[in-house]
Design a protein around this ligand. Structure first.
Ligand code: ZN
Length: 234
């Protein structure tokens, strides 16, 4: 193997490493689907809980107003007993009438608020009931995914070990050049020639350069700056 063969071999291992790392980070379809439903359900529960707290505050406010209105009404009714003439009588009546209307409005508002609370609470209860099942489903999918990853992790460890071994066998200068290109070119530092074209960028390489590559010289593509590699014609 000349240095180009070794670099090409290293590239293949590094591509494998990249693919394995990608597999470790990507959620499999089944887990992603369950995870999506799980997250939606949690968000909906949080929304309902927040709504219930807000409704509770609104109800307590109505309740407070209602108590005040009841006390006012009691006061007016007490005053009613002490009226001394027709004028005072009708004034007291008017106040009682207004207070009763306000009290009635507040009672209606409280009933409506209670109905809203009840609806939100039963929606939340139903969600929490089905959530236990969903949580179980999520746990299983998650565990299954993690278990499947242990194989991938082991495979990744082996691939990285192979990459380190392959690197040891490459002259340091060529390895550094290759690694620099990898850093700048999405992890691909060497590209196979197809005919006389670079397979990475389609740039046509000079015939003279192709011959040099076949001899084992390190030549970079003028299009993408990657090292070019050619398999020897049989
Ligand atoms: Zn190229």
């Amino acid at each position: 193997m000349n240095v180009l063969d070794k670099l090409w071999n290293l590239q293949k291992i590094l591509t494998e490493v990249t693919e394995l790392e990608r597999r470790l980070s990507v959620k499999p379809d089944h887990y992603a689907e369950v995870d999506g439903r799980y997250a939606d359900a949690r968000a909906e529960m949080e929304r309902l809980q927040a709504a219930l707290e807000q409704l509770g505050r609104e109800r307590r406010k109505i309740d407070g107003d209602l108590q005040m209105e009841q006390e006012a009404l009691k006061k007016y009714e007490g005053q009613m007993k002490m009226v001394k003439n027709q004028q005072q009588y009708s004034a007291a009546w008017k106040e009682i009438d207004v207070a009763r209307k306000r009290k009635k409005d507040l009672e209606d508002a409280e009933l409506a608020k209670m109905a809203e609370i009840e609806a939100a609470q039963s929606a939340l209860d139903a969600l929490m009931q089905s959530h236990a099942e969903l949580k179980e489903e999520w746990d299983m999918a998650h565990e299954e995914w993690q278990a499947s990853l242990s194989d991938v992790r082991a495979e990744l460890d082996r691939a990285m070990q192979r990459a380190r071994e392959a690197e040891k066998d490459i002259p340091p200068g060529s390895l550094r050049q290759f690694q620099r290109i990898c850093e700048q070119r999405q992890g691909v530092g060497i590209s196979l020639l197809e005919g006389e074209s670079c397979s990475a960028c389609r740039f046509k390489v000079r015939t003279q350069a192709v011959l040099q590559v076949l001899r084992g010289d390190i030549i970079t593509c003028e299009g993408c700056r990657r090292i070019v590699y050619a398999t020897k014609p049989c």
